[in-house]
Design a protein around this ligand. Sequence first.
Ligand code: ATP
Ligand code: MG
Length: 238
Amino acid sequence: RKDVLRLTTGSNNLDSLLGGGLETQSITEFFGEFGSGKTQIMHQLAVNCTMPEEKGGFNSDVLIIDTENTFRPERIIQMSKYRELDSDEVLRRIHVARAYNSHHQILLGEKASEMAKEYNAKLLIVDSLTSHFRSEYMGRGSLSERQQLLNRHMHDLLRFGTLQNAVIAVTNQVAARPDVFFGDPTAPIGGNIVGHTATFRIYLRKGKAGKRIARLIDSPYLPEGEAVIQVSEDGIID
Ligand code: ATP
Ligand code: MG
């Protein structure tokens, strides 16, 4: 795949782990327990995407599908100030759509390509990819339907990434110690389909004093490894 671009995460450590940042034309999944920093990283990626290329951005707009109502303009303003960006301008370039249920989320995913043409967005965020699906499809009998819908949704997202040469970043919550329950520290709850479609998967766990440990898992060509990042008032830093 030629013309692949990379978007900085804000952390040099994490960028290095990823071979320079998040790749376009791929889905990157951030998974981890509550408070592990998934939503904070999504905010930082949105800010970074609006930055000029020489600073690791794409100088472009951002689309966010927000399923948990956790988008906070105040955080965008704080992160913009730290990077010496005009926060009004940054906010103008971030387009947030609330998804009220999984059906709505799927529709927004399908519409994303058309919306992207309007906004020239080179970053599409879905935070959280799985929460609606998880709460709406609970019983054993609905598991395969859920996975099928999620799979189709992810292929819509990937199509957007290919058409627009955009980064796709999604989040997925997992239990604090998934290894205890599933025997595999990297196994998200019922998330195997997500795991297969996401090209890059990053497992986040909490460290001390605002630190987070990011582990790259199952990358197609990068070595497995870990990076320490910080979730701070200023955003995602080393
Ligand atoms: P969930 O699965 O519940 O959605 P998450 O992985 O999305 O969780 P985040 O919301 O990204 O978690 O992380 C919340 C954490 O980020 C807080 O517990 C805090 O440590 C940190 N954080 C949030 N805002 C700030 C801030 N302004 N300054 C410093 N740290 C902050
Ligand atoms: Mg969150």
